[in-house]
Design a binder for this molecule. Structure first.
Ligand code: A3P
Ligand code: MG
Ligand code: MG
Length: 378
């Protein structure tokens, strides 16, 4: 590219080192038309049980069961059961892409898209892509993504930053309770069977998850990613995933236009990015009072979220998010040229700076498990 010419490197060994490549993240650089994004389709799913064991089925899928729309105002106490009926997942266990790789190993023979589709794809978690989408607007939390290429496919797996780890280990009790409250809301809003009623008397076990596996394409980049789905709406007009899926969220009750504006600028961006990627059409939010009780609901159609911020000069723009993500994927594809499951290019970003790259071999950064590498290379 132009960078190489400017540096005067004409190929072959050179005493002058190339400037390390990096990717800028300023939002103004990524304005422009919305890029191509293939309508996401569901390739399959898997479930994780109360002991975090993998099952190649939908047993952990729950059914959207909101209270009657015209009944009395809701009064869901989100702190009820805390901490005695809380079984939080052990966050010390680094799962990487393992569950998704297990699904992929069991289904790679039946993947659509024709021969070689997987070899040209990027495989990752939806949550990692969400972080990429919001990067041009993120002012607080950086990220690190490890990348390895195996048989053509580029795998991306997040690495917890030292700052994120320190925050997790010193998480204040109030923040722990707030996390519980998000999951408790799901328990109030979901039933175990279609048409059933929620049972808020059980424990809140965050080992349990229903994950859907999606296929899409951003620009020239075929994508295979998995993400947790909160519930399916048995009454949705379309029974076809992801159109029938509902994302549940909680947030503080708002009382002034200024509070709404700030909510649209910051939280709604994250909600949009998370649900737009898999094509989940609706986010149902419960707004809690200072005591932690949900007092009202509001449904946000994913495709209408941008309208709420469009006129705000300091707001976000979906095109910027998607163009940046496409630029990152191009950057990663051109940086990781060697096919080697032990080789890791670590992409690091801190707010205010560009995405930078460092190269590592083997532990602790290598993330493709031996059982996966051996199975796909025979
Ligand atoms: P809320 O987002 O309603 O607070 P999700 O909304 O993605 O389905 O996640 C369910 C809940 O997990 C969240 O509910 C929140 O309680 C917790 N959670 C998810 N991501 C989190 C994060 N990055 N930090 C803290 N809690 C998180
Ligand atoms: Mg969820
Ligand atoms: Mg949710």
């Amino acid at each position: 590219g132009a960078g190489e010419l400017k540096d005067g490197v004409t190929g072959g060994p050179s005493k002058r080192s190339r400037p390390a490549p990096s990717l800028p993240t300023e939002a103004s650089l990524y304005a422009g038309p919305f890029p191509f994004y293939r309508r996401p389709s569901e390739l399959g799913c898997f479930s994780l049980d109360a002991e975090r064991r993998y099952h190649g089925d939908s047993r952990a899928l729950r059914y959207f069961a909101p209270p009657p729309a015209h009944g009395s105002a809701p009064d869901f106490d989100l702190r009820e059961g805390y901490p005695e009926r809380y079984r939080p997942r052990n966050e010390e266990i680094r799962e990487g892409l393992d569950h998704l790789l297990r699904w992929l190993l069991e289904h790679r023979g039946q993947l659509e898209g024709g021969p070689g589709w997987l070899a040209g794809a990027v495989v990752t978690w939806r949550g990692h892509l969400t972080k990429l989408l919001t990067t041009p607007y993120e002012l607080r939390e950086g990220w690190q993504l490890a990348a390895s290429r195996l048989q053509g496919t580029l795998y991306l797996s997040e690495v917890e930053t030292p700052a994120a780890r320190a925050q997790r280990l010193t998480r204040p009790p109030l923040l722990r309770e707030l996390m519980y409250m998000g999951y408790k809301f799901e328990q109030y809003m979901c039933a175990d069977t279609p048409g059933g009623s929620p049972d808020p008397s059980g424990e809140v076990n965050t080992n349990v998850a229903f994950c859907s596996v999606f296929r899409s394409r951003l620009g020239t980049h075929p994508l295979l990613f998995s993400g947790e789905v909160d519930c399916i709406d048995p009454k949705a007009p379309s029974t076809q995933p992801p159109a029938c899926y509902v994302e549940l969220k909680t947030s503080k009750e708002m009382h002034s236009p200024g509070q709404w504006k700030s909510f649209y600028r910051h939280k709604l961006l994250k909600w949009w990015a998370q649900s737009f990627l898999p094509g989940v059409p609706r986010v149902v939010a419960g707004f809690r009072d200072p005591e932690g009780s949900v007092r009202s609901f509001r449904t946000f159609p994913t495709m209408e979220m941008f309208e709420l911020i469009r006129s705000d000069r300091e707001g976000w723009n979906p095109s910027v998010c998607m163009n940046f993500c496409a630029a990152f994927l191009s950057f990663a594809q051109s940086t990781v040229t060697q096919d080697d499951p032990r080789l890791v290019h670590l992409f690091s970003w801190e707010p205010g700076g560009p995405v930078t790259v460092s190269v590592h071999h083997g532990a602790p950064y290598a993330f493709l498990p031996t059982w996966y590498v051996e199975a796909v290379t025979q």
